[in-house]
Design a protein around this ligand. Sequence first.
Ligand code: HEM
Ligand code: HEM
Ligand SMILES: [Fe+2]
Length: 446
Amino acid sequence: MKFKSQKVAYWFFAACMVLLTLQIVYGFIMGFARIGLDGLHDFIPFNTARAVHTNLLVVWLLTGFMGAAYFIIPEESDRELASVPLAYVQLISLLVVGVVAIVGFHFNWWEGRKFLEIPRQLDYLVVINVLLFLGNIGWTIWNGRQHTTTSLVLYFGLFCAALLYLPGMIDFENQTTDSFFRWWVVHLWVEGVWELIMGGILGFLLIKLTGIDREVIEKWLYVIVGFTFLSGILGTGHHYYYIGAPKYWLMIGGIFSMLEPLAFLGMAIYAIVMFRKSGRQHPNKMAIQWSVGCALMSFVGAGFLGAAHTLPQVNMWTHGTLITAMHGHLAFWGAYAMLVLAIIAYAMPLMTGRKLWNTNSATFAFWSSNIGMVGMTAAMAVAGVTQVVLERRSGMDFLAVQREIQMHFIGVLCAATLFALGIAFFIYNFFAHGLPTDEALEAAPE
Ligand code: HEM
Ligand code: HEM
Ligand SMILES: [Fe+2]
């Protein structure tokens, strides 16, 4: 039997669906602006759309991680959540802060540091919010009837993510030092502690979906995750090449960031092998597809496409071009968006009792969104390479080059439509499940 308090997760996941939709809307606004259809410019200029798009991404992923934790931790700790009302207070306050920040961006109330645009005053509210979350989850684990490696890795990841939010809140006069510590948040999140969160959630899914012994899954998975984590720490150097930081970062950043893809590859192979070995076939095929897909696509987007521009000799040409956007899209999609969609696909039938796992719309959602995202990435890659050659190698004017690459954004928009269609079906499927019930959770299998 499962726990009634796991229902909290549903509302976090529902919020994810809304925020993801908004993120895509702002993606389209930018895509159209890129081909010259910029009618909204006076209200939503490109830089505003960009900040809203990326911040919404971070907020919906964090909301998804929190939902995942509210679902996983009671089960792993074998007890109800410490406080259900606190979880709802935390969700509502998180959404209020998010909405205020997003509205503020439209009135130029922001910090102007990519990914960390949220104004300082709101940062403090974010900190309080996250402390409430960590307290609630931590209390549940502390008083749990069992302490599993999976729950501890997940908690440690969430805890470190909160801790690493703080370097972004220090005031610096100097651009280089500001940039230096901005990467402690941005890089050490996605290539460091978020990978622990990924390990925890993926570990939970592998245990449930393959039926293989927890000991086997946990032992190797966490060795791999540990390796990713360690290579990622010094891998931060790949952002210190030409920003005014000491020269030794060229060497350190190049070598250690080149080790990161190996860990992602290890994770992908491991997940696939575990599913192939799994004795009993779990009926929720969609959750299996999203989980394996996540392990695989995170290697392609983060590992492979990250390696493509991580050496200083390459990065000196590609830095800050559409090559970065190409990698940013598939890496975030593969590693973290697919992870959140995987846990949602797994949890929804259990919380609602409706087994909508192998419907045509669920299958279509998976393939259409993935093919669309790969298409977007490819179109951005072509635009990015063209940009590097024309602007950086031939010395053509920045804006003249932007006009040259305009047509590639028609490709981006076509692929984005396919992607958005897939997501629309995922969201349709989500709400078709209906609301979570106590009866469904009580009847859910182990
Ligand atoms: C899931 C993991 C990852 C995610 C979500 C991710 C995402 C991103 C994003 C969004 C940026 C742009 C950041 C900014 O300019 O503020 C970026 C930059 C970068 N990433 Fe990743 N990344 C991941 C893993 C990796 C890995 C494993 C490598 C190397 C093998 C890598 C190499 C790079 C490099 C070199 C840049 C700098 C690009 C530039 O100079 O403009 N990334 N990444
Ligand atoms: C309809 C779908 C989408 C469209 C049309 C779209 C379009 C765009 C555009 C045009 C940019 C700005 C690139 C530039 O600077 O010129 C951007 C940035 C970005 N988008 Fe999207 N996007 C979409 C969905 C997504 C999704 C689902 C994710 C994550 C899973 C994502 C992650 C990002 C990231 C991380 C950046 C910043 C990249 C960087 O730092 O260079 N986008 N997007
Ligand atoms: Fe990085």
